[in-house]
Design a protein around this ligand. Structure first.
Ligand code: FES
Length: 571
């Protein structure tokens, strides 16, 4: 076995090794620096990331496993991103969290890392960091919360907030009843229990091979999560001994498996930007079109909100991710490995479906085709996406008059104006919400419907936006339009009254304006005023370097990996 990376800090009898050991002792025995792997626990626990606030307890169990296997566990609190609390959007900080974590892993005497995440952006940021620093790494997803109920009915985190708040606006639910449900939604520790982004990214981390098989989807309150955390601590020590690193583990086949899983579970559209960004860090050539090519014909097998009825606790009870993947095993890459060293497909042998209401069989899917559709056209030359399974069948092929909003403020000011010239067949357009324009690409693409239409019974309209959409949301929403309006995309040129055509079968999204006329248009002042222009700090750096959605919205100078080498000593 080659010398441990940490031996560059701790080995020897010189002054520098003395300093490194002495300051770390604080109760650690001398043997801690005598060739034992130093394992960081990159921990996103934070009171301001409530979905991850239990991760300190998970970390304690990881530590036990690390000690047991002969390693030295080291708690490494890293930037944490709370989806519901952070303004202007947690996505603005994903790349910063990834960069900070990468640099702390590289700069410290670390041989391997266990990544503790949960809330939406935390697992993507941790995986991006681990991919770039290329140290042996295992993910322990923090797990979903238990099902909360209100007046005898389960409440799905996120999805039911959107649904109930629309009912209030439609006048079919009182505000008092809506507010009475508030204390019932979050029943326990853990992240959102619908198939939102956190659930999706936890499950995709496992499909990608980055978790100990059988870990993702375990409810946060389930004691088996702590046992898996313990085993993950043991595993990472073994990975260090065998030099099992991300660049050797995660291949094109691993991403193929993630895309198949994304479709079969009916996962969040946010997974598209996250998987593209992680692949970019690994140097795996993944493109937007791969999601359509690999995933769009995969059947939807999981009946979870927002596409279906159940919640994550039900999915675990019904057999979990392994049972889902076993149904589509012929679509999986047989050679793609997991961190445990075996191909993913070999871990599925004993998986069974225990409740076919929650996990459907391949010959009785919830929907025959579930994946992401990638659209192109003169509105989205570099692509846009839509999740047909979350869309209304009658809108999958639609032409309508555009009603354009230049910013989220413009939308809020006018959407409920009784004088707004809008009809059920209009196409609502919101721009200025891309990575640069907002900044950070917020989850606003499922823009609210006008109250007057809600009250008339309308529950879905075609919406087009350069932002993202919560994984817990639903509707006929064309999102991630690229290039975004603030990056010179044609979305900036659409005017209220233009006709927009959406044809999902032929994968087109177009504005019916002749090319010559479109080429002569320029963004109006209100459009330009809707684009962010910060003068300092992370937001400035972000805007100057962020890529577009179709490439994963990473910063240009963070794509790829630097590895774990650090040439110079600190003193
Ligand atoms: Fe944290 Fe939903 S808000 S996962």
């Amino acid at each position: 076995m080659s010398p441990l990376r940490s031996s560059a800090w701790y080995a020897g009898r010189g002054r520098d090794a003395y300093i490194h050991r002495a300051w770390m002792r604080r109760g650690l025995p001398g043997s801690a620096f005598d060739g034992r792997p130093q394992i960081a626990i990159a921990n996103t626990a934070s009171d301001l990331t409530p979905c991850n606030s239990h991760l300190d307890e998970v970390a304690e169990h990881v530590k036990r496993g690390v000690w047991e296997a002969g390693g030295v566990p080291l708690n490494l609190p890293v930037v944490s991103l709370g989806e519901t609390q952070l303004r202007p959007t947690a996505m603005l900080w994903r790349n910063m969290a990834a960069m900070a974590t990468e640099e702390m892993l590289r700069g410290n005497p670390i041989d391997g890392v266990v990544l503790l995440g949960g809330c939406d952006k935390t697992i993507p940021a941790l995986l991006m960091a681990a991919a770039s620093v290329d140290l042996p790494a295992v993910v322990v997803p923090g797990g979903p919360m238990l099902t909360g109920t209100f007046r005898g009915v389960p409440l799905g985190c996120g999805t039911d907030v959107w649904r109930l708040s629309e009912e209030v606006r439609a006048g079919t639910l009182s505000r008092d009843d809506f507010l009475a449900s508030e204390s019932s939604m979050i029943r326990s520790r853990g992240h959102c229990n619908t198939m939102g982004t956190a659930s999706t990214m936890g499950l995709l981390a496992e499909a990608l091979g980055t978790t100990l098989p059988g870990t993702a989807g375990l409810p946060a309150a389930d004691s088996r999560l702590l046992a898996q955390a313990h085993e993950s601590g043991r595993l990472v020590v073994e990975m260090v001994a065998q030099d099992r690193r991300p660049r050797g583990l995660f291949t094109r086949g691993s991403f193929n498996n993630s895309i198949v899983a994304l479709a079969a579970i009916g996962g969040s559209t946010n997974a598209v930007v996250h998987l593209l960004a992680i692949a970019g860090r690994l140097g795996v050539p993944l493109t937007l079109d791969d999601f359509d090519r690999i995933g769009s014909a995969v059947p939807l097998l999981v009946d979870l909100q927002p596409a279906g009825r159940h919640l994550m606790e039900d999915l675990h009870r019904a057999g979990g991710l392994a049972a889902v993947l076993r149904e589509v095993i012929d679509l999986l890459d047989p050679e793609a490995l997991t961190v445990a060293g075996r191909p993913l497909v070999e871990t599925l042998d004993t998986a069974r479906i225990w409740d076919r209401e929650v996990i459907r069989s391949r010959d009785d899917p919830l929907r025959p085709h579930a994946g992401i559709a990638v659209l192109r056209g003169n509105l989205a030359p570099n692509g846009a996406i839509i999740k047909p399974a979350a869309a209304s069948p009658h809108l999958l092929n639609h032409r309508g008059r555009a009603v354009v909003f230049d910013s989220i403020e413009d939308l809020r000011a006018r959407i409920d104006d009784p004088a707004l010239d809008v009809a059920a067949d209009s196409v609502l357009v919101l721009r200025g919400c891309g990575p640069r324009g907002y900044p950070g690409m917020p989850e606003v693409s499922n823009l609210p419907l006008p109250t007057k239409l809600l009250r008339a019974g309308v529950r879905d309209m075609v919406r087009v936006c350069d932002g993202r959409m919560s994984g817990t949301a639903y509707g006929t929403v064309v999102l991630h339009v690229s290039p975004e309006a603030a990056a010179g995309g044609p979305l900036a040129l659409v005017r209220t009254g233009d006709v927009i055509s959406l044809d999902i079968a032929s994968r087109r999204i177009d504005v019916e304006v002749p090319d010559e006329e479109l080429a002569q248009r320029t963004p109006n002042e209100a459009t330009l005023a809707g684009f962010a222009d910060p003068h300092r700090g992370w937001e400035r750096l972000y805007i100057d370097h962020v890529g577009q959605a179709h490439t994963g919205a990473d910063l240009d100078f963070l794509v790829g990996r630097s590895g774990s080498e650090v040439a110079r000593e600190s003193h």
